[in-house]
Design a binder for this molecule. Structure first.
Ligand SMILES: C[S@@+](CC[C@H](N)C(=O)[O-])C[C@H]1O[C@@H](n2cnc3c(N)ncnc32)[C@H](O)[C@@H]1O
Length: 313
C-alpha cells in the first residue's frame, strides 16, 4: 500500500497502523463512522483501499472538523491559504507563529489551524484551561512545504469528496445514525490521562460514560473496532475494560517506542484493538477465523479481557 496522504499533522494519528486496523474490516461496509475522527487517518486509509462506501467523521474539536471539511470540499482554497501563510512567515518564523496563534484563538480559522499544526512541537495540539491553543512552535522547522502540503490535501479530497459527512458533536450522538451495515471505528483519547481535562484535547472524557456507550453499541448489535490502550514493553497504559463487554482483544505491534530509543532501550510498543461481538460474528461468517487474520496482519494476540487463555500468536 502506498504511503497514506495526511495533510493534517496530528499527534495520535493512526496512520502508521491503519493498514493493520483495516485487516479487521468486514466486507460490505456502507458507512464507516468515526466518533473520534481526529485527522481521520483510518477513514483515509479505508477510502484508499475501498473498504467503505461512505464516511461519517465526527470530532468535538470544531476547528479540526472545519479544517477537514475545507480540505475535502475546497482543497485548492485551503492549499492556497496555507501557501500564503507559509511564505509570509519567512524571515520572521517565531514572531509570525505567535501572531497566527493569537489570531487563531480569536477567529478559529481553518488555515491558521493548519499552519499551527504544521509548525508546532511534535504536531501536538495543546490547549489551556480556557480552551486556547497554547502549543509552542518547533523552531527547527518551517512546516511542510506548500507544494507537498498541496499534494496531500488534493489526495485526501479525491478520496473523501462526495462521500463524507462531517459532524462536531459529542461522540454519543452517532447512535442516532447507526445501521447494521455500518462499521464504527473508535479512537477516544487515551484513558488514564483524560479522566479530567486533558491539555491535548479540547474536552475530557469520562470512562464510565464511554463504557456505557460501548454497552449500548453492543445491545444495538453494532460492529465496532476500538483503539483503547497499549503498552510499552511490559508496562501497560490505560485502564482495563470490563469483561462484560465481551470484546475480542488483539495487540498491534506499533514499533519501537521513541521514548525508549532515546533512553537507549529496546522497548517495543503495542496498541490494543478490541472487536465487538457483532463484528467478530460478521468476520467469522466470511473468514476462516480471526486468529489466522491476526497472524496475516502481523498482529500479536494477547489474552482477551474475558480471560480466555489464547496465548500469543
Ligand atoms: C486519539 S484522537 C483520534 C485520532 C484519530 N484516530 C487520527 O487518526 O487522527 C481522539 C480525538 O477525540 C476527540 N474527542 C475528545 N473528546 C471527545 C468527545 N467527547 N466527543 C467527540 N470527540 C472527542 C479529540 O478532539 C481527538 O481529536
Amino acid at each position: 500500500m502506498r504511503r497514506m496522504p495526511q495533510p493534517i499533522p496530528y499527534q495520535g494519528s493512526k496512520r502508521n497502523i491503519a493498514r493493520q486496523i483495516l485487516a479487521f474490516f468486514p466486507g460490505g461496509v456502507e458507512t464507516l463512522i468515526e466518533p473520534f475522527a481526529g485527522s481521520a487517518a483510518v477513514s483515509v486509509a479505508a477510502a484508499y483501499s475501498q473498504k467503505a462506501k461512505n464516511f461519517y467523521l465526527n470530532d468535538l474539536n470544531k476547528p479540526l472538523m472545519d479544517l477537514l471539511e475545507i480540505i475535502i470540499n475546497h482543497p485548492r482554497q485551503i492549499a492556497d491559504e496555507y501557501e500564503k501563510l507559509w511564505q509570509a512567515q519567512l524571515g520572521q518564523e517565531r514572531t509570525y507563529y505567535d501572531f497566527i496563534r493569537d489570531e487563531f484563538n480569536k477567529t478559529h480559522r481553518p488555515d491558521y489551524f493548519l499552519y499551527l499544526l504544521a509548525r508546532c512541537v511534535k504536531a501536538s495540539a495543546r490547549y489551556n484551561s480556557s480552551g486556547d491553543f497554547n502549543q509552542s512552535p518547533d523552531n527547527r522547522r518551517r512546516g511542510r512545504r506548500p507544494e507537498s502540503m498541496r499534494q496531500e490535501i488534493l489526495a485526501v479530497s479525491r478520496l473523501l469528496r462526495g462521500k463524507t459527512t462531517i459532524a462536531r458533536d459529542n461522540y454519543t450522538e452517532v447512535l442516532n445514525l447507526l445501521s447494521e451495515s455500518d462499521l464504527v471505528y473508535l479512537d477516544p483519547p487515551y484513558q488514564g490521562t483524560s479522566q479530567n481535562r486533558d491539555s491535548r484535547y479540547l474536552s475530557g472524557l469520562n470512562s464510565d460514560e464511554l463504557i456505557n456507550f460501548l454497552d449500548t453499541l453492543n445491545k444495538r448489535q453494532a460492529s465496532f473496532i476500538l483503539s483503547y490502550d497499549g503498552r510499552t514493553g511490559e508496562k501497560r497504559h490505560g485502564i482495563e475494560l470490563p469483561t462484560s463487554l465481551n470484546l475480542y482483544w488483539l495487540e498491534i505491534h506499533a514499533g519501537r517506542s521513541s521514548q525508549s530509543t532515546l533512553l537507549g532501550g529496546k522497548d517495543e510498543t503495542y496498541e490494543s484493538l478490541y472487536l465487538s461481538p457483532a463484528l467478530t460474528r460478521r468476520l467469522e461468517a466470511t473468514h476462516d477465523n480471526i486468529s489466522k487474520m491476526a497472524y496475516a496482519g502481523k498482529l500479536r494476540r494477547g489474552a482477551p479481557p474475558k480471560q480466555l487463555e489464547l496465548g500469543i500468536v
